[in-house]
Design a protein around this ligand. Structure first.
Ligand SMILES: [Zn+2]
Length: 102
């Protein structure tokens, strides 16, 4: 029952760089994760720089699929943090309103 693991070539999708608008190809899995927005790291950094100032006060990074790079943090790290935050929030509110209605 041991099948050799086959890794198919990653599915690529056509994207347009969010910064320089150059068409490029990104891996579909990355796009799913919210990556693959920029053709290069430097483009990402440029965009990041701009957004950092714009979204400083908003803190709604999770609702901006293309604007979550306000810090040099990878997507999964960000999600972990958001997840923990959600956990904390839900547990505290449950304790406070005392409904306990699960
Ligand atoms: Zn670019």
């Amino acid at each position: 029952m041991t099948e050799p693991k086959v890794y198919p070539p990653p599915k690529m999708v056509d994207r347009k760089c969010k910064w320089c608008r150059k068409p490029f190809q990104a891996r579909a899995v990355d796009v799913k994760r919210g990556w693959g927005l920029f053709c290069s790291k430097s483009c990402k950094a440029m965009k990041q720089e701009k957004r950092t100032h714009q979204f400083k006060n908003l803190q709604h990074e999770s609702s901006f699929p293309d604007g979550r790079y306000d810090r040099d943090m990878s997507d999964w790290e960000r999600r972990e943090i958001q997840h923990e935050r959600d956990l904390h929030e839900s547990t505290t509110s449950h304790g406070q309103d005392g409904t306990g209605g699960w």
